[in-house]
Design a protein around this ligand. Structure first.
Ligand code: G6P
Length: 754
């Protein structure tokens, strides 16, 4: 049934029913009014006629003729149908022509029925009987008869008019209803369309969603439900797509080609993936930095042949770039380019060593090293972020590239890039922990940092815990709308999605491909370290950083040897520590303390060439590190706080023999995924020592199942999946924006015109 009929038919039926009920009622009412009218009229005529009539009746002779004439005169003047006069005995004494025979005088005598209606064949007559008296003596009754056919006619006409009136009302009401229904239906349809296109799901600078909700406020509850539904569906779809994909370079390439239509990808990080350094003999060599971030991003940028913008920190970096400061890498199969950014000594000091590593790093890690904030460092940090943002805009070949911004060195950059490239999709990833609002609150420029980060389209952390800390921090310090249901923050008219993306490593790791069997790694490493073949080996691989808990680790080893001297000469721990940020006092102190502690423990327990701790503070490349992983019985990760910690995942990946035990600090992001590791609190030295003891004793037994399960997890949730999820989210966002672009343009025009 057409929409308008759905309104009109019930309306017409209802009105017809009302008319059907109303017509007899109105009919009866008008008849009663008419009868009452005639009653009154009869009484008035009788009253007027009383005196002359009494006079005429008193005349002894000729009264009949005169009364008759008098009655005829009344008939002419008063539009009366007939008149009659009954005497006191109840006999009809005088009557005009047409006086109905049925109007009997006896009836007139009954006082309670002074007026009545006679139903005759020709129509009804109204008879009104009125007493005629003189000197309080009743002489007779004057009967005034009115023709009531006129009342009948009027009532028929009234019926007709009522029907016409109802028909007219029905038509007008139906018309109005149809027009209003049509208009509001169109509004609904437009509103629903906008909702389905996701228009209200995006908040925007001009409050376009708010404008839509204002024009169709009745859609607000639906908008909310739909928003939640879309979010659930998207999450579900993402989970389904994700779990059905085999995550590797091909999957990433597929996303870049299919979902992102080959759009441009730029990466910004402080640390470059390849550093050119000149040796003393003047030969230039290439170094891979000890950075989890670099390890994770390299496979992605290879897959998409993008541009990686980073600080050119190597002393031979300038000698290896072209005139646009570009260098193609990797050297063996060039597949993407690095754009190097040059910083002066002062800039590097203020931005990198100062604000980023003496300020933000300890602030976010809460590892009991006090952050230092200096205003000149902040100045440099801001300027360097601006310089990088300008370079991003210069390097971009399109208006809307995808820009992957890495880590705490570039908290201000997303907003700065947004100003230069408003249509870019900016994904910022924070590789380190995010503290609680109280801890973050001590930063003098906390609002600027938060606002800078909220220039991103998507902001990623490793764990939900860090996302929640970020929500709390923004809630505390900014005028922003934090939506924990859709994981988004609206600030200054822009929306940033805040998501958990646990970083991982490539699977299978490239460095594993070149490894000999485990037995060979074991013997090679033992030979190199001068260890007997049966010595059990523990390994720690870190940057030399106070957040890694290296001192606590050594203390745990010392405690183990105190408690279990049987391990003396049978267990050694190899600590590989890549020198890091060595211009900072705190790192120099740490270097000294680590060396001193290792020396003290070695002096205490070492004997005949046996060293419980073998400390190598030097850079190791990936192949060397993987060899150590494979050669060891256990790997010890004791970070006091760590965003993720990829060493834990690398160790698991290196053990294709399903052997080896991972001891893992509960304060790493990795501990949330690798629950089968021996989880420790690195501050608890007794517990940590017990964990090493357990690892050494159980290494062959129940540990295989644990290792297998962790390997499955790392294989499934590898770095391609980490990057793929971010890129898919970016693709979804870009797709939505493209779909909405025409509707937005209209809304913007309307907002401009308003
Ligand atoms: C951490 C940070 C990275 C950094 C790496 C190495 O993993 O999250 O951004 O690159 O440490 O530190 P460095 O200061 O040498 O780059």
């Amino acid at each position: 049934m057409p929409l308008s009929l759905r309104f009109v038919v019930p309306l017409a039926l209802a009105l017809a029913a009302i008319a059907y009920a109303v017509v007899p009622l109105v009919d009866r009412l008008t008849f009663q009014w008419f009868v009452r009218d005639l009653d009154a009229r009869g009484a008035v005529i009788a009253k007027t006629a009383q005196e002359p009539l009494v006079e005429l009746l008193r005349e002894p002779r000729g009264a009949k003729v005169r009364v008759q004439r008098y009655f005829d005169r009344i008939l002419q003047g008063e539009r009366v149908y007939a008149l009659g006069y009954c005497d006191r005995a109840g006999k009809l004494a005088y009557a005009t022509a047409g006086f109905p025979a049925d109007a009997r005088c006896a009836q007139a005598a009954a006082p309670e029925e002074r007026n009545w209606v006679l139903q005759l064949a020709d129509g009804p007559l109204h008879v009104s009987s009125n007493p005629i008296a003189a000197d309080n003596v009743l002489l007779g009754t004057l009967m005034v008869v009115h023709d009531m056919s006129i009342a009948q006619r009027r009532s028929a006409e009234t019926r007709k008019y009522i029907l016409y009136l109802f028909a007219a009302i029905a038509t007008v009401v139906a018309l109005i209803t149809v027009i209003i229904a049509e208009i509001s239906w169109r509004g609904w349809v437009a509103g629903m369309r906008a909702l389905l296109k996701g228009e209200t799901l995006l908040r925007s600078p001009m409050g376009r969603a708010a404008a839509l909700a204002k024009t169709t406020p009745e859609l607000r509850p639906i908008a909310r439900d739909l928003q939640a539904l879309v979010h659930d569906l998207e999450t579900e779809r993402r989970a389904r797509d994700e779990s059905q994909t085999t995550w590797g370079p091909d999957a990433l390439r597929h996303i870049l080609r299919q979902d992102l239509k080959g759009d441009e990808v730029l990466i910004v990080s402080n640390r470059e993936p390849y550093i050119h350094t000149r040796r003393k003999d003047n030969v230039i060599e290439i170094q891979r930095p000890a950075s989890g971030l670099v390890t994770a991003l390299e496979p992605i940028v290879r897959a998409c042949s993008g541009t990686w913008i980073a600080h050119g920190a190597g002393n031979a970096d300038r000698d290896t770039v072209d005139r646009n400061d570009h260098v193609m890498v990797p050297p063996e199969h060039p597949s993407y380019r690095i754009r190097r950014v040059w910083l002066s000594k002062e800039e590097e000091q203020g931005y990198y060593f100062g604000f980023a590593n003496e300020g933000l790093w300890p602030l976010c890690h809460i590892a009991h090293t006090r952050p230092i904030f200096r205003a000149p460092d902040w100045e440099h940090y801001r300027n360097v972020n601006q310089r990088f943002a300008d370079i991003v805009a210069d390097e971009a070949r399109s208006e809307d590239p995808i820009i992957l911004v890495q880590d705490y060195h570039f908290a201000l950059l997303p907003r700065m890039v947004r100003e230069r490239l408003p249509r870019a999709t900016i994904i910022a990833f924070w590789h380190i922990p995010w503290p609680n609002p109280e801890a973050f609150g001590i930063l003098p420029w906390r609002e600027e940092i938060l606002e800078g980060m909220l220039g991103s389209s998507i902001l990623g952390f490793h764990t939900q815990f860090h996302c929640n800390n970020f929500f709390d921090t923004v809630d505390r310090f900014l005028e922003a709308r934090v939506d924990r249901e859709t994981f988004s923050i609206s600030h200054g008219g822009e929306t940033t999605e805040v998501r958990r993306y646990p970083i991982s490593i490539e699977w299978p790791p490239a460095a594993l491909q070149v490894q000999p069997p485990v037995a060979e790694c074991r013997s090679r490493v033992r030979e190199r370290l001068g260890l007997a073949p049966d010595v059990l080996l523990g390994v720690g691989v870190d940057r030399l950083d106070y957040t890694k808990g290296i001192l606590e680790r050594f203390m745990a080893i010392e405690r183990l040897l105190e408690l279990e001297p049987r391990w003396l000469g049978k267990f050694s721990f190899l600590q590989v520590a890549a020198p890091s940020r060595s211009e900072i006092d705190e790192y120099q102190n740490l270097d000294a303390r680590v060396r001193a502690l290792a020396e003290r423990i070695n002096a205490r327990f070492g004997k005949d060439g046996y060293l419980p701790i073998i400390l190598k503070i030097e850079h190791h490349d990936a192949a060397q590190v993987y060899e150590l992983y494979r050669a060891s019985e256990l790997c010890y990760v004791s970070s006091l706080h760590d965003g993720m910690n990829l060493v834990a995942k690398e160790y698991v990946a290196a053990r294709d023999d399903e052997q080896g035990v991972l001891i893992l600090s509960q304060f790493t992001g990795a501990a949330r995924e690798l629950a089968e590791a021996l989880i420790i609190n690195p501050y608890d030295i007794e517990q940590s020592a017990a964990a090493i003891q357990l690892a050494l004793r159980l290494r062959m037994l129940r540990m295989r199942a644990r290792m297998r399960s962790m390997r499955n997890l790392v294989q499934e949730f590898n770095v391609y999946r980490w990057a793929g999820r971010m890129l898919l989210d970016a693709a979804r966002m870009r797709h939505r924006r493209r779909v909405l672009a025409p509707a937005r343009a209209v809304a913007l025009r309307q907002a401009g015109g308003a």
